[in-house]
Design a protein around this ligand. Sequence first.
Ligand SMILES: NC(=O)C1=CN([C@@H]2O[C@H](COP(=O)(O)OP(=O)(O)OC[C@H]3O[C@@H](n4cnc5c(N)ncnc54)[C@H](OP(=O)(O)O)[C@@H]3O)[C@@H](O)[C@H]2O)C=CC1
Ligand SMILES: O=C(O)[C@@H]1CCC=N1
Length: 266
Amino acid sequence: MFKTLGILGTGNMGRAIASGLVRSGLMQGNQVYLYNLHPEKAQRLADELGAVRVDSAKELLERSEAVILAVKPFIMPGVLEEIKPYITSGKIMVSIAAGLTLSRLAAAMPEQTKIVRVMPNTPAMVGEGMSALTFNTYLTEAEKEAVVAIFRSFGKAEVVEERLIDAVCGLSGSGPAFVYMFIEALADAGVREGMFRPMAYTFAAQTVLGAAKMVLETGEHPGKLKDDVCSPGGTTIEAVKSLEENGFRAAAMNAVIVSAEKNKTL
Ligand SMILES: NC(=O)C1=CN([C@@H]2O[C@H](COP(=O)(O)OP(=O)(O)OC[C@H]3O[C@@H](n4cnc5c(N)ncnc54)[C@H](OP(=O)(O)O)[C@@H]3O)[C@@H](O)[C@H]2O)C=CC1
Ligand SMILES: O=C(O)[C@@H]1CCC=N1
């Protein structure tokens, strides 16, 4: 494992990664360096995790064996220009920016830089992230394993071909937002039917969590698990018919597809 890791940008995703990593125990807080444009944001996170805030991108690069770049895609060109002089030989640069390909990243870094492109998601924060990683040719097997271990410390992580990163962005990168909308809608309906809001959120979220665990742990086809809930002539099949009539599956598919397509244009 790396002795030191830098995170440049401590917004939604940088924060989720730092929190997930330190809480997993894979790295100690004092091995994790944080830099953010507005330092108070990095300082708050550093205080929470026992991590180290640094004063500049230069200092972050100098103190970290590997660096995760966690700024918005449109900010990346400026950041890469700023840090290029400090990307020394052997340093591992990890980008989580949507849309930025390995070749575009390589064009902005010194020749033969070790580059990793990752698409994570925010549930990393609670140890339930889903990440896909793809590497350029300069990392050793041990270095690849160390990067994968970071992303596995706060959830599941798979190495994929770069062509699949757009699909991953649509499905698991953006997916939490769709699921939160689903949970919100379930809870709204619970409230409509008389539940108090906190109770409705708990019932909605636990239902999503439980159903997701059933898929992951039983290995059963989701259709079979759905059928198990639908009693003949019962309540659920009425609701399933209503969802089908309202284009539920097509809406969910289209959400993933438009996110994946957008990722190709960033
Ligand atoms: N959010 C998500 O669910 C996911 C995001 N991603 C990717 O992660 C990246 C970050 O997204 P997200 O965390 O949501 O974005 P945020 O805007 O929440 O976080 C970006 C952070 O970078 C800081 N920042 C901006 N410019 C600089 C700079 N020049 N130097 C240092 N820090 C800077 C911002 O600081 P300040 O706020 O103080 O200006 C902010 O805290 C994006 O590229 C996105 O595509 C990937 C997967 C999922
Ligand atoms: O919305 C975005 O662009 C980023 C990438 C995946 C999730 N959030």
